[in-house]
Design a protein around this ligand. Structure first.
Ligand code: NAP
Length: 248
């Protein structure tokens, strides 16, 4: 079976590291991104240098019309997806709940919860045997925040990742007898551009002393777990979480 992997938010950070690692494992790769065209093209070029077929697709992975267009592009250029990484996510300025607007909360929930559910829905329309597919694998990129709650920082973000975890458990059991596995990774503080969104680009370095391993993680370390969960090596794993928090 041809392996076709769609990574939402695959242009930078954890998504880009996943694209590069999966390229070495024989996947054709669709790199979705929201707005940074140059970063997407840069990652795509690196993936192609590794010998993998790859495309970039701009689309808001939290909007169903755009998701439908995204999957149609992948169908036409690479073939139907057999693997999905729900990686695109967002966070907002670090603050207490009293200072959070409805707009912010809705944006975070739409991007981090509704988007992954919709992307999984459209992946299943390609993966499930009842829809003509041959099975597949989905990995959701959650966060240790789902366990820890992120008090005083972004409880809305933590709650969105908690919802993603619950979705992972439910969907994995819904599909367990149908040839599609659903798992998640929960990264801790990882060195990516993500932390600029919450107001401090050097957040990970500053918080390193409080991490049991005394260091932040790398996108490549998270990608290793994602690509393993996607692969047949994880054939008996579904509804599983791999925490990559350096002991947090
Ligand atoms: P990042 O470096 O900021 O990259 C984010 C990626 O998501 C970019 O490719 C971005 O595209 C894309 N994106 C954002 N919103 C999108 C949308 N609506 N539709 C399509 N693409 C979208 O972030 P990261 O650190 O790799 O984070 C990836 C995932 O890991 C997120 O779900 C995050 O919650 C989770 N995570 C990160 C950490 C951490 O410490 N970094 C810890 C725990 C969990 P553009 O470049 O076009 O904007």
């Amino acid at each position: 079976m041809e392996k076709v992997l769609l990574i939402t938010g695959g242009s930078r950070g954890i998504g880009a590291a996943t694209a590069l690692l999966a390229a070495r494992q024989g996947y054709k790769i669709a790199i979705n991104y929201l707005s940074d065209h140059q970063a997407a093209e840069r990652t795509c070029a690196q993936v192609r240098e590794l010998g993998a077929q790859a495309i970039t697709v701009q689309a808001d992975a939290s909007n169903e019309d755009e998701i439908i267009r995204l999957f149609a592009r992948v169908d036409a250029e690479l073939g139907p997806v057999t693997a999905l990484v729900n990686n695109a996510g967002t966070v907002a300025q670090s603050s207490r709940l009293e200072d959070m607007s409805e707009f912010r909360m809705l944006k975070i929930m739409t991007c981090n919860v509704i988007g992954p559910m919709l992307c999984a829905k459209h992946a299943l329309l390609r993966m499930l045997p009842r829809h003509g597919g041959q099975g597949g694998s989905i990995v959701n990129v959650s966060s240790v925040a789902a366990r820890l709650g992120s008090p005083g920082e972004y409880v809305d973000y933590a709650a969105s990742k908690g919802a993603l975890d619950t979705f992972t458990i439910g969907l994995s059991r819904e599909l367990a007898g149908e040839g599609v596995r659903v798992n998640a990774v929960r990264p801790g503080y990882i060195f990516t551009d993500f932390h600029a969104l919450s107001g401090d680009p050097s957040r990970v370095s500053k918080l390193e002393p409080g991490i049991p391993m005394q260091r932040g993680g790398t996108a490549e370390e998270v990608a290793e777990a994602i690509v393993w969960l996607l692969s047949d090596k994880a054939s008996y794993a579904t509804g599983t979480f791999i925490d990559l928090g350096g002991g947090r």
